[in-house]
Design a protein around this ligand. Structure first.
Ligand code: NAI
Ligand code: MG
Length: 492
């Protein structure tokens, strides 16, 4: 019975999956064969003399090679940032700083198509997402913070906001351009200068941003962009010329950074992992909720710190919701990130795919029941079918630990108190989602859920004006909005 039902579903959805391929042309994306380090307004060869390759995770094709900055390179970049800060940037009026930042925003818009293609090629995410979310949201962050640059006296009434100095910024591979924007825009608006290090698997859009910054005539040394892996990041964190560290990445590295700067005057904001709970009550509009849950966990292959990787469904609608999720999974198109029909692109790296597969095995071993879509996967590259687990216990590792992939752990609940306790029973506290028809229930839950963001009847919505950040092991400090300015100033 079960298998014939699955076959019917498969037949029904096979036709849905068969769209004619609609790949975005790569011709407008110019990628150099090799990139040097962007220091003091110029691309400079690394002192280390070393480079490493960067690939497309959907084809394993080498796209380019980038410099591997060592401690001497980091030192050059930090010194350039310091000089630019002392000689120029800190003396500039807010209105003048704002003009430069607006220029970056407009140039991102002008080169949006190229940036989106390179983001999808280098990171594996569907072009629909990089085109409609990553790149426009990155431009919006620059626009938003450009607007604050000459209004800091209104952001901090009766106080004087002074910049911190040189900010070392380390970003992850899941939203390379957007994370660079989140970090650079508020730092520049408040008068700081920057050394930014993108993640080792996705350096290309940050290097494109370096080209934009050069073309926009931003004074040399105000923004420096250097490539490398963990050792480069550590050299940046430990450099005595850094006044502030802004980091987004794993909780493990967040803890290393916290230890490294303990006892120094360096300030830090850390955006770390998450294990967000989506909660569906029986009075919720179920189709809308299912769509939100699908978006919450499968958006960007689940490579999202606030991904809704846990789902709690009220018992009376549990079966119905799980069936709807399975049906919807079958319609999802997994494949070429540059194809406009693609819903789920490539996993960012072989390493990350191994982590996800390890957790899928753990889930099965723990006794949870797995369901995967029957989507065919390309032969080359790193891929994972969208995956659901039911029969999950709260103590299971798949319900507790961050998987950072397209894997959803589903549990049921009966009462508000029970689900609040379960949702809060996590070392993380970045985000959560509530689906219900009742405003009173939304208010009850939003006050009791220990997470930085609670979305109600929606999920994964971002806006430059809203602060974002976590509780507990999800880190500290807020980025975005007025709060995001706070992280880059001292108030006198
Ligand atoms: P990671 O934390 O190692 O990498 C993030 C950034 O930190 C990269 O730019 C990396 O080069 C840099 N880095 C690594 N070691 C460093 C060190 N000792 N000092 C300074 N910088 C350092 O993350 P990874 O290994 O890529 O992913 C591991 C797990 O972390 C993922 O499976 C996921 O669970 C989580 N993660 C969370 C992210 C988030 O948005 N909160 C983003 C990326 C990963
Ligand atoms: Mg790591």
């Amino acid at each position: 019975m079960a298998s014939s039902k699955n076959n019917t579903i498969k037949l029904k959805f096979d036709s849905a999956r068969k769209y004619a391929p609609a790949p975005e042309s790569r011709s407008s994306a110019k990628i150099n064969a090799r990139y040097d380090l962007f220091i003091n307004g110029k691309f400079e060869k690394p002192v280390s003399k070393k480079y490493f390759g960067t690939i497309s995770p959907s084809s394993e094709e080498k796209l380019s090679e980038v410099a591997d900055a060592n401690a001497a390179d980091v030192d050059k970049a930090v010194k350039a940032a310091r000089q630019a800060y002392d000689r120029y940037w800190k003396k500039l009026s807010g209105a003048e700083r704002g003009k430069y930042i607006y220029r970056i925003a407009r140039m991102i818009q002008e080169r949006a198509r190229e940036l989106a293609i390179i983001e999808s090629l280098n990171g594996g995410k569907p072009i629909r997402e990089s085109r409609d979310f990553d790149v426009p949201t990155a431009a919006n962050h620059f626009f938003y913070y450009a607007g604050w640059a000459d209004k800091l006296e209104y952001a901090f009434p009766n106080r004087q906001a002074q910049p911190l100095g040189v900010a070392g910024q380390i970003i992850p591979w899941n939203f390379p351009l957007l994370m660079a924007a989140w970090k650079i825009a508020p730092a520049l608006a408040t008068g700081n200068t920057v050394v930014l290090k993108p993640a080792e698997t996705t350096p290309l859009t940050a290097l494109k941003l370096a080209e934009i910054i050069q073309e926009a005539d931003i004074p040399p040394g105000v923004v420096n962009i250097i490539t490398g892996a963990g050792a480069t990041g550590a050299a940046l964190v430990n450099h005595p010329g850094i006044d502030k560290i802004a980091f987004t990445g794993s909780t493990q590295v967040g803890k290393i950074i916290q230890n490294a700067i303990a006892g120094t005057s360096k300030k830090a904001t850390l955006e770390l992992g998450g294990k967000a709970a989506n909660i569906i009550f029986d009075d919720a509009p179920l189709d809308q909720a299912v769509e939100g849950v699908i978006n919450g966990i499968f958006f960007n292959q689940g490579h999202v710190c606030c991904a809704g990787s846990r789902l709690y469904v009220q018992e009376s609608v549990f079966k119905q919701v799980v069936q709807k999720l399975k049906d919807r999974l079958e319609t999802m198109i997994v494949g070429d990130p540059l194809d406009k029909n693609t819903d789920i692109g490539a996993i960012n790296s072989k390493e990350q795919l191994n982590t996800i597969n390890k957790y899928i095995k753990i889930g099965i071993k723990e006794g949870a029941e797995m369901y995967q879509s029957s989507a065919e996967l390309p032969h080359k590259g790193f891929w994972c079918r969208p995956t659901l687990f039911t029969n999950v216990a709260q103590s299971n590792r798949i319900a507790q630990e961050e998987i950072f992939g397209p894997v959803l752990a589903i549990q049921s609940f009966r009462t508000d108190d029970e689900v609040i306790e379960k949702a809060n029973n996590s070392p993380y506290g970045l985000s959560s989602g509530v689906w219900t028809d009742k405003g009173s229930k939304i208010f009850n839950l939003t006050t009791k859920l220990r997470s930085g963001v609670v979305w109600a009847n929606t999920f994964n919505k971002f806006d430059p004006t809203s602060p974002f950040g976590g509780y507990k092991e999800s880190g500290y400090g807020r980025e975005g909005g007025l709060h995001g300015l706070n992280a880059y100033v001292k108030l006198i």
